[in-house]
Design a protein around this ligand. Structure first.
Ligand code: UD1
Ligand code: CA
Length: 448
């Protein structure tokens, strides 16, 4: 981490019209986290002393996502330099380096930015720009170099000559600027260009006119590319997923088919965990060592402890805890429920708003009726309980340790420990009744 002070300005005021969405662009998610969330995490990882987010008017939901960091409003989208200008009041008297990030370039790594900052602070530079070589430079600002390789200026697509458009080296948009001089330099930027906007990319020209110089650092396109469309959002999702899959495997997770497993940015997963194909992890999942997640399971907001087995086809929803050696089988939905160590629910059940005791066995087709149409109600099931198949437990209800619920029962009142609860019509046997039934029916059919 740098010894100089660091302020990060995140530009997020653009409308993102190409997304064709009611949601502001920077709130679209990659690996379960908004783009602005990714950039804020990276800024925090750098140990920024100050983070300022530039938003447009009517972007209260972006402000909320950025909280507790201060947001400033750029009244009109007059270009990237104008956006940085809107942040200046928050930077009054700030003397360190100012790093400009774009909220729609969400996957740039802290490591690359650290390299950029170190390069900048190691030289006597007014600004240092992160550049890259994309497969197709169309749309990006081109880097025009001096014969000695140093930066001459940046030319935007709309202003580039045919010759300049051939340049493959482009501006990623990310740059570090000397914070003390920034207000003065920003004031010098003019809008005499094809789009009539104030371009932050004119900064090198202004700095050179002031007798200063600019540095460039080359980063990797894969992490520096931005999102302007849904197709690019999907591309970055794919990239983020591959990074997460490789991280998981590096940490000792077996993925039978990595490409079919989807992680969240915050998935925590231990060693010797096996994840079969077609598993989706939503946000907030924390899995200890030695767990197996069978195919086609969907898990979010859940803690899963060691030795547990989940799925195939299980759905584990938020605020659920599966303790050591719990086994949850096919077509089980667990919702805000804790299954204590060694508990089992192997077939086709709904377990909502419940605590299920140690080594308790939940039979096939058990449903916990947790919702009465108005409120969610709790169910507490003790240790070593046996719930027979196709039982309905109508919450709120408590079932004591070692109790037994007979299959097919609808349980509406508490069951004491060691008791049997049976709630179903008594069985009748009619001897020879089946033959008699068939005779009557077939005679009637012949007659008609
Ligand atoms: C910009 C750069 C270009 C670079 C490219 C990299 C300029 C003039 N051009 O072009 O050199 O190659 O990024 O992706 O800087 N924004 C505001 N207020 C504004 C305008 C933009 O906050 O008035 C924000 C946007 O929300 C976005 C970022 O600034 O996060 C970039 O703006 P955008 O319009 O996408 O710039 P590009 O045309 O992509
Ligand atoms: Ca852009």
């Amino acid at each position: 981490m740098s010894s100089n002070k660091l302020a990060v300005v995140i530009l997020a005021a653009g409308k993102g019209t190409r997304m064709k969405s009611k949601t502001p662009k920077v709130l679209h998610k990659i690996a379960g986290l908004s783009m602005i969330g990714h950039v804020l995490n990276t800024a925090n990882e750098l140990g920024a002393d100050k983070i300022i987010i530039v938003i447009g008017p009517d972007m209260d939901d972006v402000r909320e996502a950025a909280s507790p960091n201060p947001c400033v409003i750029q009244a009109e989208q007059n270009g990237t330099a104008d956006a940085v200008k809107a942040a200046l009041p928050e930077l009054k008297g700030f003397k360190g380096s100012v790093l400009v990030l774009y909220a729609d370039v969400p996957l740039v790594s802290g490591q690359s930015l650290q390299m950029l900052i170190e390069h900048h602070e190691g030289g006597d530079l007014g600004a240092t720009i992160m550049m890259m070589v994309p497969p197709d430079p169309t749309g990006y600002g081109r880097i025009v170099q001096n014969p000695d390789g140093t930066l001459n200026r940046i030319v935007e697509q709309a202003d580039a000559s045919e010759e300049e458009q051939q340049i493959r080296l482009v501006n990623s948009g990310i740059m570090v600027i000397d914070g003390e001089k920034l207000p003065e330099w920003i004031g010098e930027i003019k809008s005499a260009n094809a789009q009539g906007e104030y371009y932050l990319t004119d900064l090198p020209k202004v700095i050179q006119e002031d007798g200063g110089s600019c540095g460039v650092v080359r980063g990797h396109f894969l992490e520096l590319r931005g999102v302007n469309s849904r197709a690019q959002l999907a591309e970055l999702e794919g990239f983020a997923q591959n990074v997460l899959r490789h991280d998981a495997m590096d940490r000792g997770v077996t993925l039978h088919d990595p490409h079919s497993v989807y992680f969240s940015w915050d998935t925590k997963i231990g060693k010797d965990v096996t994840v079969e194909p077609n598993v989706v992890f939503g946000p907030g999942v924390d899995i200890d060592d030695d767990v197996i997640i069978h195919a086609f399971s969907h898990i979010e907001g859940a803690k899963i402890k060691s030795g547990a087995s989940v799925g195939p086809f299980a759905r584990i929803r938020p605020k659920s805890i599966l303790e050591e050696n719990v086994s949850v089988g096919n077509f089980i939905e667990v919702n805000r429920a804790t299954l204590k160590a060694g508990a089992k629910s192997k077939h086709v059940s709904y377990l909502g708003d419940a605590v299920i005791g140690e080594k308790t066995n939940i039979g096939a087709g058990t449903v916990i009726a947790n919702y009465d149409g108005f409120n969610k109600n709790d169910t507490v099931i003790g240790d070593n309980v046996f719930i027979g198949s196709n039982s309905t437990l109508v919450a709120p209800v408590t079932i004591g340790d070692q109790a037994l619920v007979a299959g097919g029962s609808v349980i509406t009142s508490d069951v004491d420990e060691n008791s049997i609860a049976i709630e179903r019509a008594e069985q009748r046997i009619i001897k020879g009744g089946a033959a008699k039934y068939r005779d009557t029916k077939s005679a009637k059919k012949k007659a008609s």
